[in-house]
Design a protein around this ligand. Sequence first.
Ligand code: SF4
Length: 455
Amino acid sequence: MEEAIRRCRTAGVRICSGGVIYATPRDDLSPVDHIFLGEVEDTLPQFLADLQAGQPRAVYQAEDFPDLARTPRPEWDLINFSDYLTMALQVTRGCPHDCDFCHVAILNGRQPRSKDAAQVLEEIDGLYQAGWRGPVMFVDDNFIGQKAVARRVLTALADWQIRHSYPFIFLSQASVEVADHPDLLALLQRAGFVQLFLGLETPAAASLAECNKKQNLKRDLVGAVRIIQKYSIDVLGGFIVGFDADPPTIFEEMAEFIEQAALPTAMVGVLAAPPGTRLYARLAAENRLTGQSDGDSIANLSGMNVIPVMGRARLLSGYKRLLTRLYEPERYYRRVADFLSHYCPKPVLAGPSADQNRGPYFPAGGLGPGDQGPGPKVFLGFSGPGAIAVPSDLPSGHSHHSWRISLQNTEQTFRGYASLKAGIPGMLSVRQRKMLLPAENSKNILTRMNTDGHG
Ligand code: SF4
């Protein structure tokens, strides 16, 4: 953030900023020209009018949470697709849950608001007409925050995908109770969702209770992940260490949980308290804050602003031990292999796209959840001696795309963890990349990854 501000200043560019880092006004960052507090459907037009009149203000504060029907359609012509791996759209904002470390309630509210299906399809059509093919991330706080809305939108998205032969694969974020709704999972699968980020947080029940993550309590979290994986949806797990209630064994328990759940990518961060959250207020009252969090409690730990009950040194050494175990190559690839044995692609509907490098590829007919056919083999190598063959049942195009998403996530994770200077590998080598990819596709994919920004 500071670097972006510095470079804009050097270039003489007017700087507007907003989002989570400015959820509440703060004075510990370099000053910017204009700060937007809250959502900008109303304040941005006002700012533009003020700018035109030569009297822009320093701070624009949203009065309420706007109706998303007023959100303008993205102008895709303003960006160069080749600079991006994934496009971003949004259906809803807000989340009905109330996890105490989360800023969503402050930023977007606990009463979710949604676009209707027609507006979502208009945006999808725009993206398609602009020429994008491949991954689209719905950057919703919780895609299933309003289940009736999710059903309507997913039904419309699935019909659209079928009509257009699945030019997109979708990713989003959801709360774990999605696993309780087979109809929603079937719709997600039919619409072409291949990955959901889930805030699983911790296997320690006392820590879940501490942060008010009620929806994760009194349930089999590993079982929930399994259910989702069987609908051909990869679960990207979010985890936190450093809760007051964490037992001394939390690092080992979390590693075992992640291995049991067969999560290829686990994003583990240390507890941080963003300004404005209930956690922030509690810890401020207990005099346990070291400053403001910039929200980055994974990559460089600059967001780590909590004095942990277990002590900072113990937390950091356990954290590094955990990450080293999770991303040690042999353990990592074991998890991937285990994931593939649970992941059950259900090929649906449309045939392969004309361009095998730019879409999901679900051939007609095929396996349903729970069925495991013999299928073709995908070969994964290990850094050590030997290699394993994993039954995948994935058509080559689909495996190609899923692996690229997984590879991208893994590389971001590795790159972030490298900054801990804990001896954790920073980037996948070309050899490691090849190990992550189906052998028959690896050369083509690696070539494209080095020359082309998106799928
Ligand atoms: S479920 Fe996720 S988005 Fe909703 S309050 Fe909890 S952490 Fe925030």
